[in-house]
Design a protein around this ligand. Sequence first.
Ligand code: ATR
Length: 274
Amino acid sequence: AGQFAVFGHPIAHSLSPQIHQVFGKQFGIALEYRTIDASPAEFEASVRRFFAEGGVGANVTLPHKTAAFALADQRSEAAMRAGSANVLTRLPDGRLAAHNTDGAGMVRDLTERHQVDLRGHDALLLGAGGAAHGVAWNLLDAGVNTLTIVNRSPEAADALADAIGEPARAHTRYWEDLANIDSYDLIVNATSAGVLGASLDLPFSLIGNRATCYDLSYGKAATGFLAWARAGNARYAFDGLGMLVETAADAFELWHGRRPDTDPVYLALRQQYG
Ligand code: ATR
């Protein structure tokens, strides 16, 4: 079935090997899937070695998603617009194709698993880095009414809004003004504050009546944002664990041509992550 891996730095605690093994079992595919820790300086050489030595597909996580996009020979539309890739696939001629399944995975988790209809929602996107780029277009495609992008450094928010290029729907506000702006139906935390152990100190006034709050991370990194959402009476507060499983399923389908059932894996991981 070939060799697979996830590249990251750090990567030891990645759930991807476990998820892909369970998916493989659903189809009786015995696959070899390992973690590869590569520093940014080693990343490209490490990827090229992996594929030269029989690698078929790789997942890519922090901090390598932009580098993965840059080294590929072919890029999916989702990867092009995000400017980053979370999946690399070896083409039959040995060249590498980059994909980005993050946004699709998040929207599928929200709309299918959690049954949230995003159409007509006014959405607030916190952050304008790699993770925010990975989901912004998918939120618009899913039918949100407006997308307001707020980032600590306003230049990055402006750059993302400019790249989207739909000023009537996607625009920016200043982080300093969060206390004075409207409430939202959907609030997506795409900052790395939680991962870095920092708190965001957001006003409850952002949380609209019946709002959904979603953190792209999970585990300890998501705790602060989700606690804020619950304290502010959000209707739903979700972490990104389901997104992780959905993005893994997209990678699995790219590599194996079959769509795994994500629910059993999600439920098993949920037991672990509370
Ligand atoms: P990722 O790939 O996780 O998105 P990134 O591209 O480095 O990582 O982006 C990190 C994002 O989190 C940025 O939007 C960053 O804001 P700045 O552009 O102002 O740096 C945001 N971020 C990180 N720590 C933050 C904090 N303590 N408060 C608010 N935003 C924070």
